[in-house]
Design a protein around this ligand. Sequence first.
Ligand SMILES: N[C@@H](CCC(=O)N[C@@H](CS)C(=O)NCC(=O)O)C(=O)O
Length: 205
Amino acid sequence: MLKLYVAPGTCALASHIALAETGAAYAIEKLSFKTNQQNSPEYLAINPKGRVPALVTEQGILTETPAMLAYIAQRFPQARLAPLDDIFAFAEVQSFTSYLCSTVHIAHAHKMRGYRWANEESSFADMKTKVPETMGACFALIEQKMLRAPWVMGEQYTICDPYLFTIAQWLEGDGVDINAFPKVADHFKRMSDRPAVQKALAELA
Ligand SMILES: N[C@@H](CCC(=O)N[C@@H](CS)C(=O)NCC(=O)O)C(=O)O
C-alpha cells in the first residue's frame, strides 16, 4: 500500500487529495513542523530534502509534487486524473503543475522561508512584503490564461485541480483576496465540496 508523508497546511495536500480521488487504499504519516520533525534523522532517511510530501511506493520513494501527481494519475488510470492517452494534453497538465511547483510555490515560500535565499533579517522582511504582489501576479495569470473552467484543463478534472486548490488555500495568509479572481474562487468552492477533498482534510485534522 502507498504511504504518503504529509503535514497540515502544506503542498502535500495536493497528492493527498489525488490519492483520495483514486479510491485506492493508502496510509498517511503526519509530520509536525512545530517539532521540526521534517528534519529528524528518521524522516531525513525517507526524504533527505527535509520536506513533505514523500510517497513510499513498492519501487522506492518519490518526492516533488508534479512527479508524484503524475505517478498517482498513471498508477490509477481508472480514476481518470490525467489525459494519459494524449501526449500533448498530458504535457499541458505537467506544464501547469510545474508552474505551481517552480514559480507559485516559490513566490509563497518567500513569506516564511526567506532564510533560504538571504542572510539578513532586513532581506527577509523585504521578501515578505513582496509576497502579496508576486502571488497576486501568479494568480492573475492563472485566472486569465490558464484556468479553462470549470476545471483547470476544462471539462476533465485532473491532477492540476487538487494542486491549484492546495496553493489557493495559501492566498488569504499571503494577503491576496481570492475573490479578485472569480474563476479561481469558483474553482476553490467546487473543490471544497468534493468528497476526496473533505476526506483528505479530515485525515489531516
Ligand atoms: N518542490 C517540493 C516542495 C516541497 C516543500 O517545500 N514542502 C514544504 C511544505 S509546503 C516543506 O516541507 N517545508 C518544510 C521546511 O522547509 O522545513 C514539492 O513540490 O513537493
